[in-house]
Design a protein around this ligand. Structure first.
Ligand code: SAM
Length: 312
């Protein structure tokens, strides 16, 4: 973490850029401090949050078809690995992996998860990489000559605007030795199911969203009162995406380090988008980034899909 005077300088800069103008937004990567990562894990177990259990079932049923695209001696590189729970389906089902390289911004959470995996898979080198997956990725030199297989589950790709999603897909396509990219995508579906998944009855997603303000107070010298912001989940039909917002209940000014964010009552911070795909819209995106979509595994309700992309 880049620290100046005890503050997280990168987060402070992002907050001053994202929150002091008229259209307020933050990159969702800032959700994931240790508390945010733990809250996300709770979200994955909520009854309303269909993506995790659906993707888990698809991976479990489809592991043999996925394994067919993974060369012997591959390094498995997971982007936004989080708790690496679903990864275990791959680690159990793929034989002869050279290493597992989880990439995440949530530093202490990633170190803990890597230590747990080390104990569970003593024969497999687990090398955590603390990095922003949007930046050029430096993979350990020890695996330079190994085939690489990318893994990007959890519909994290949906958090990226389409041009950034294309850029990310294109940059993975350039990894030396890239053999396949396994990507989990959330599919367009009825609005009620979507809204409930992002606004659960127990309020865990609301706590996850508000935790961003708690983090800004702790790490960026901000003075938010999180209780003055409502969590809102909205479907945006024009852009086929769910959006999460934090909506100020009152007119207020909030100090952020040396700056000031001014809110009208009802004004929001757009904290996350989650783009939903169709088979065709994702195929188009993958093709534009130099991939050929080979495998498309989905559930009976077509709620979620796991795809295998091959160099096109
Ligand atoms: C939606 S969660 C998915 C977690 C896990 N892969 C799953 O499928 O349950 C997104 C994960 O990506 C990480 N993340 C988000 N933005 C990132 C970025 N720009 N660079 C690296 N990691 C990021 C978060 O810390 C979090 O662990």
């Amino acid at each position: 973490m880049n620290r100046t005077a005890g503050l997280n300088a990168d987060l402070l800069k992002a907050a001053l850029t994202g929150l002091t103008g008229p259209d307020k937004s933050m990159d969702p990567k800032w959700f994931y401090d240790r508390a945010g990562s733990a809250l996300f894990e709770r979200i994955t177990r909520l009854p309303e949050y269909y993506p995790t259990r659906t993707e888990t079932a698809i991976l479990t049923a489809g592991i043999a078809r996925i394994a067919a695209h993974v060369p012997k001696g591959s390094a498995l590189v997971e982007l936004g690995s989080g708790a690496s729970v679903k990864t275990r389906i791959l680690l159990d089902g793929l034989h002869d992996l050279a290493a597992y390289l989880p990439v995440d911004v949530s530093e202490s959470f990633l170190r803990q998860v890597a230590a747990d995996l080390d104990r569970a898979y003593p024969a497999l080198p687990v090398v955590p990489i603390i990095a922003d997956f949007m930046a050029p990725l430096r993979l350990p030199a020890a695996y330079a000559d190994h085939p690489k297989v990318g893994f990007f589950p959890g519909s994290t790709i949906g958090n990226l605007e389409p041009d950034r999603a294309r850029a990310l897909l294109a940059s993975v396509r350039q990894w030396p030795g890239i053999a396949a990219f396994i990507v989990g995508i959330d599919l367009v579906k009825d609005v009620e199911t979507l809204v409930q998944a992002y606004d659960d009855a127990a309020g865990v997603t609301a706590a996850f969203n508000r935790n961003l303000l708690v983090r800004l107070n702790r790490e960026a010298g901000a003075r938010f009162d999180p209780d003055t912001f409502d969590h809102e989940a909205r479907w945006n039909p024009d852009l086929a995406r769910m959006e999460m917002h934090l909506v100020s209940r009152v007119e207020q000014g909030v100090a952020i380090g040396p700056g000031m964010a001014r809110f009208a009552a009802g004004e929001s911070i757009h904290t996350e988008s989650s783009h939903k795909y169709t088979r065709d819209s994702f195929d188009d995106l993958a093709r534009a980034a130099g991939w050929r979509r080979d495998t498309f595994l989905s559930d009976a309700q077509d709620h979620f899909a796991v795809t295998v992309l091959l160099p096109g």
